[in-house]
Design a protein around this ligand. Structure first.
Ligand code: 5GP
Length: 178
């Protein structure tokens, strides 16, 4: 088994490039069906989703737009604590069919804070496509409409996902060794 080292940690193969592409094709086929004639806008959340979003987008045969955003959290005033803000959402989503593209849903915190902000802009619909989901880690339940893989509560890298900045360029998904 090929072990890779990223920083101080060792990772072992988990999802092969072939498994990932097979799932992406299946998800894209469903999206092509569900969004035919609807001209949806995909909003991909950087950095982690850049490879997944690109591979998924190539499989879409419908009319579709894409926009990449970054979520930044900053300290809000007094009682509000951490606040998430979207950088780069320069598109009017009022009345649009919106699909969020996320690499991984872990506790669900990120999306639970971001989704209400998008809802506020009154899209016609708001759905989520995520490559990975860790059901055991759920703190804020998020309805994932299109899912690649449910995975155990283990840290993973590769295929766009990093460990402290590194590992995004590994073509498959690796998980932390025991
Ligand atoms: P949540 O807000 O759902 O807890 O976390 C979502 C974000 O945490 C993801 O977009 C990703 O950036 C990061 N994350 C959660 N689990 C993992 C993991 O196993 N590996 C990596 N590389 N990032 C993760």
């Amino acid at each position: 088994m090929r072990i890779v080292r990223v920083h101080d940690k060792k990772f072992e193969p988990y999802l092969t490039a072939e498994m990932i592409q097979t799932r992406i094709k299946a998800i894209a086929a469903q999206l092509n069906k569900d969004y035919a004639g609807k001209k949806p806008v995909f909003i991909a959340i950087l950095n982690g989703s850049f490879i997944f979003a690109a591979d998924l987008f190539k499989e879409l045969s419908i009319e579709v737009e894409i926009c990449f955003i970054k979520l930044a959290s900053y300290k809000g005033t007094r009682s509000t604590g951490q606040v998430i803000t979207a950088i780069g959402l320069d598109m009017d989503i009022f009345g649009r069919e919106v699909v969020i593209v996320e690499d991984i849903v872990d506790t669900g915190k990120t999306l639970s804070e971001f989704l209400p902000q998008l809802q506020h802009q009154q899209p016609a619909s708001l759905k989520i496509v995520a490559l990975l989901h860790k059901p055991e880690a759920t703190v804020f339940p998020i309805p994932i409409d299109y899912l690649g893989f449910s995975i155990p509560n283990k840290f993973v890298v590769g295929y766009g996902l990093d460990y402290d900045g590194l590992g995004r360029n590994i073509p498959e998904i690796y998980k932390l060794t025991e």
